[in-house]
Design a binder for this molecule. Structure first.
Ligand SMILES: Cc1cc2nc3c(=O)[nH]c(=O)nc-3n(C[C@H](O)[C@H](O)[C@H](O)COP(=O)(O)O)c2cc1C
Length: 163
């Protein structure tokens, strides 16, 4: 197979893309689309998300030290696209996109009940890698639609129609 040199920027395209929800200390909620997301420890269970400091959500996440990672399925595609292309700085995007929120169980950030899995995290560390600050989140609680969870508590990811 012949190879050619390709761009280094975004040469990994991790899936699934997620929605990260957050709440500032004044109670303001926000949600943004995030592709920079992955597991980074299973003991203790931790995930990381990468947020660009110019995002409106960035300050909310910094001050509250927590966030929720929401897995998105195809039924939420339009909402995902809206939340990833509009900033709360410019308009009340949660109202415009009719996003339903519910309180987290363990952290002071909202979950998106219309998403099949919601992962509540508290920030234990972060690293400014360059364009993004990578926030390391210790998982405090995982909500999953009941039909996805087996008797041992495992999520059957094959049942989620990911974006
Ligand atoms: C597919 C997709 C992936 C994205 N991934 C990220 C990401 O990993 N980190 C980030 O900071 N912004 C990412 N964005 C951009 C934000 O979601 C977008 O700038 C959003 O409007 C920010 O909202 P806010 O300013 O209300 O926080 C992504 C957008 C899309 C559409």
């Amino acid at each position: 197979m012949e190879k050619s040199s390709a761009n280094m920027k975004s040469c990994l395209q991790p899936l699934p893309k997620v929605l990260v929800s957050c709440r500032g200390l004044n109670g303001e909620n926000n949600v943004l689309a995030v592709a920079y997301c992955g597991n980074c420890s299973y003991n203790p269970p931790m995930v990381m998300v990468g947020i660009v400091p110019t995002r409106y959500s960035y300050q909310l996440i910094k001050e509250s030290c927590c966030f929720v990672v929401n897995l998105v399925d195809k039924s939420y595609q339009e909402t995902f696209a809206y939340l990833g292309s509009h900033s709360k700085r410019d308009d009340d995007k949660l109202a415009a996109a009719k996003v339903r929120l519910a309180d987290g169980k363990k952290v002071n950030a909202p979950i998106l009940p219309d998403c099949p899995v919601n992962i509540e995290c508290t920030i234990v560390d972060s690293i400014m890698t360059g364009s993004h600050e990578m926030f390391i989140g210790k998982i405090e609680y995982v909500h999953a639609d009941a039909k996805l969870v087996d008797a041992e508590g495992n999520i059957d990811f094959s049942k989620i129609n990911f974006l």
